[in-house]
Design a binder for this molecule. Structure first.
Ligand SMILES: C[S@@+](CC[C@H](N)C(=O)[O-])C[C@H]1O[C@@H](n2cnc3c(N)ncnc32)[C@H](O)[C@@H]1O
Length: 236
């Protein structure tokens, strides 16, 4: 997956998506340092560093970090290998951020709360924690239906299945690989959470909601927004 990540995610790596993301994060970092939880291949962290923000990463997968290292070395962008819910890196940060739905990779409420606590632990007073996350797509799941398709195209079939009791969503992908027409099957497991649950997690971690918007351009968050970007602040 690490080798395919940057090529498959051209949409998320496009200037149209990354430009507003970087502007948003740069202004919150100010003159301080930024910590990216689950930095992956550095899709966001590398260009943020290039904009002059000192960035440190935490990442579970050494394969993802190996891809990041093709773009930037350790002196410019240090990365600690470990779990973002528990790994501690030295120093204080004005910004901790966790983007692209990645909090859902923590599969229990306890782990997600620990992740909020770990963000708060790294923040300087007045610092911000930013999370980018989809609103659970449950309005698309009528009673009695078990799956919701999210992409039906020539190259890719994607659908989500839900465990409403455990708040688990599994994304299933069938992707056509080569010219022979064969499909590669993959799936990923996520714990979804509503914005209000995240606000309680923030409160448990001693953080206060400062802002919630629908996208990196700052559009208002409404009841129809498919995702949110939330900013919590550590009190001074
Ligand atoms: C969707 S990618 C996002 C990567 C990057 N933040 C971006 O926006 O492109 C999810 C990343 O989270 C990492 N990850 C998953 N669980 C993690 C955990 N508990 N701690 C640290 N990293 C984790 C995965 O290895 C993967 O690199």
């Amino acid at each position: 997956m690490a080798d395919r990540y940057d090529t498959e995610e051209t949409g998320m790596s496009s200037a149209a998506v990354l430009g507003p993301t970087l502007t948003f994060l740069t202004s919150l970092a100010g003159t301080g340092r930024a910590l990216e939880f689950a930095i992956g291949t550095g899709r966001v962290g590398v260009p943020l560093r290039e904009r002059g923000v000192p960035v440190v990463g935490i990442e579970l997968s050494e394969h993802m970090v190996a891809v990041l290292r093709r773009k930037m070395d350790e002196d410019m962008l240090p990365v600690a290998l470990g779990d973002m819910a528990t790994t501690i890196v030295p120093g204080e940060f004005t910004l901790v951020y966790l983007v692209y739905n990645t909090i859902t990779n923590l599969l229990t409420q306890d782990e997600q709360v620990e992740c909020f606590r770990n963000a708060a632990r790294h923040l300087a007073p007045g610092g911000r924690y930013v999370v980018e996350l989809g609103v659970p797509p449950l309005r698309l799941l009528p009673p009695g239906q078990v799956a919701v398709p999210f992409d039906v195209s020539e190259r890719h079939l994607g659908f989500d299945t839900f465990d409403l009791v455990e708040q688990i969503l599994v994304s299933h992908h069938l992707t056509r690989d080569g010219e022979d027409g064969r499909y590669r099957r993959g799936s990923s497991r996520h714990r979804y959470a509503w914005p209000a649950e995240l606000d309680l997690m923030a409160r448990i971690a001693g953080l206060e909601l400062e802002r919630r918007v629908a996208d990196w351009d700052g559009a208002p968050f409404t009841q129809d927004s498919p995702k949110h970007i939330s900013v919590w602040r550590k009190p001074i």
